[in-house]
Design a protein around this ligand. Structure first.
Ligand code: HEM
Length: 509
């Protein structure tokens, strides 16, 4: 919360009718002006008052110390037993750990669980109630991100979602907002429709490689949005790099994933020492990242210089750039984030949709019947049809719920000591919101393992107000607590930034 006091200027301070400020500078005791000062005026020249102020100050310090000691003596959220010093490194399964976190939460009857890894504390929030309380209502305490040395070595720390709470992060957000506000002018909807048609053609020509086709189409859409470039029909260099680096990133994003994340001092050791393999891995990644960020960006600049650049996020931001090289660097990182964040997530969502249709032909038949009824068979559906196709909307939501694409979201860092139901979350703790847990909560989604789009429909067949906000993490919700009214909902601009840009209802038609 903003400290309104900080905004009060000297001129606005309450004054006596005489025009003197309430608290004024001390004057020499012998001064005749002091002797004539009104008796109610606070003045440091009175020994009694000075002593009283000292007492008040000391009492505040003492009370604060007692409070902090009591706070520090509070227990951490419960967790599974660990090995001294090593902690829980060996108790966390490498496969679907988010499921295990939920069972620990149930066994320990706690919304939060804590894990230890070489002295680092990690807290996982497993219930909707606790996510709402901590990551939304007390969002200012979790606006920061843990800085993982491995990501820095890999030069992947430019991605918006990993930036610490800083001016740079705010500028990234501003730039995203700027371009996605102007989304209509970039013609994204038409672009998605055209790519959707191409995808249908490819799927019918060569159904076996359906995952390859989906990944290619997702990359093609995001590439055009970010840079205005057409991608090569197969094995596009930039698409291949983006895929490779995103996998590298995911594999190294948790505190225990790379040894250097647990022992940051190792980054200063020479590469030839045994156990330093992470350094050559990081170097390889860094050179791919450089190629991925610089290659398409330089092509846009050349295109703008000779007038052949197609409208894109990069060209729009470059046109408005008033900050020279520094501004260019930021734009490069924002465009790189879109390419990184948008391609894999979108492709995974569409692949999950195909899997769902194959496993549930009844859902597919009902969806097709709806489209035939509303759109007919002579054209493809467009975004304009979406209000008349609530069942398709429900399918999209169920796909995001059924297979969480980013099951643990991105990690947050507690910016101060926090207490939740008698447990301490110490400042500096890495905190994960268990997205999977929320999307598989049987209280909210009965039989959560079943693919059942109807759960998002009201009795009258229209869509309910649950738009599976947690699927997209909580960082966006943090910006707008007021939106957390009856259900978690994404603010409109995140729809624009992610769901509508690359994965909207039309991707599934
Ligand atoms: C189905 C598709 C997608 C899913 C499931 C998804 C999911 C997520 C999740 C879970 C986060 C972490 C939020 C948090 O820390 O609380 C995130 C962050 C982010 N996503 Fe997406 N995303 C998707 C598509 C996209 C697309 C297409 C874009 C590009 C326009 C995008 C851009 C971003 C950005 C910039 C952030 C960082 C936000 C910040 O920290 O301020 N996402 N996304």
């Amino acid at each position: 919360m903003e400290d309104r006091r900080a905004n009060v200027t000297a001129d606005e301070r309450p004054v006596y009718p005489s025009g003197r400020p309430l608290i004024h500078k001390a004057k020499p005791t012998a001064s005749p002006a002091a002797a004539s000062a009104p008796s109610t005026m606070l003045s440091f020249d009175q020994p009694g008052l000075c002593a009283a102020l000292c007492c008040v100050f000391l009492s505040i310090v003492a009370a604060n110390a007692v409070y902090l000691r009591r706070r520090r003596s509070l227990p951490l959220p419960p967790g599974p037993p660990g090995i001294p010093f090593i902690g829980n490194i060996f108790s966390v399964p490498s496969h679907t750990p988010w499921v295990r976190y939920v069972s620990w939460s149930r066994e320990l009857t706690s919304d939060l669980i804590s894990l230890q890894a070489f002295g680092q504390t990690i807290v996982i929030i497993n219930t909707r109630k606790a996510v709402k309380e901590l990551l939304v209502h007390r969002s200012s305490a979790y606006a920061d991100r843990p800085q993982l040395p491995m990501l820095k070595l890999m030069t992947m720390d430019f991605v918006t979602g990993f930036l610490p709470y800083s001016d740079k992060w705010r500028t990234h957000r501003k730039l995203f907002h700027q371009v996605f506000q102007a989304k209509a002018s970039l013609g994204h909807a038409n672009l998605q429709l055209a790519e959707g048609e191409r995808l249908i053609q490819k799927l019918s020509d060569d159904p076996d490689d359906f995952i390859g086709h989906i990944r290619h189409s997702a990359a093609a859409i995001v590439m055009v949005i970010a840079y205005g470039h057409e991608v090569a029909p197969k094995h596009d260099r930039f698409v291949d790099i983006a895929e490779e680096t995103v996998v590298m990133m995911i594999e190294n994003v948790t505190p225990g994933a790379a040894i250097v994340n647990m022992f940051p001092f190792l980054q200063h050791f020479p590469e030839w020492l045994p156990g330093m393999g992470f350094k050559s891995f990081a170097r390889k990644c860094a050179s791919l990242v450089k190629e991925m960020l610089d290659g398409p960006f330089e092509r846009v600049k050349c295109g703008m210089a000779d007038g052949t650049a197609r409208p894109s996020l990069t060209s729009a931001l470059l046109r408005d750039n008033e900050d020279g090289k520094e501004g260019e660097e930021l734009i490069k990182h924002v465009a790189g984030t879109v390419f990184q964040a948008g391609t894999d997530t979108t492709a995974t969502a569409v692949t999950n949709a195909i899997v769902a249709f194959m496993e549930h032909p009844d859902v597919q038949r009902r969806a097709q019947a709806d489209i035939d009824r509303v759109v007919g068979r002579n054209r493809l559906p467009t975004l304009d049809d979406q209000d008349d196709l609530p069942f398709i909307g429900a399918i999209c939501r169920e796909i995001l719920r059924w297979k969480a694409i980013v099951p643990l979201g991105f990690p947050y860092k507690a910016m101060r000591d926090e207490i939740y139901e008698g447990h301490l979350i110490p400042k500096g703790t890495t905190v994960f919101g268990n997205v999977w847990a929320l999307l598989n909560d049987p209280e909210v989604y009965p039989e959560p393992e079943c693919f059942r789009p109807e759960r998002f429909l009201k009795d009258d067949g229209s869509l309910n107000c649950d738009d599976v906000g947690p699927a997209f993490g909580f960082a966006i919700l943090m910006l707008s607590n007021a939106l957390f009214e009856c259900e978690m909902r994404k603010p409109e601009d995140y729809f624009k930034a992610s769901a509508l840009v690359a994965f909207d209802d039309s991707s599934l038609f």
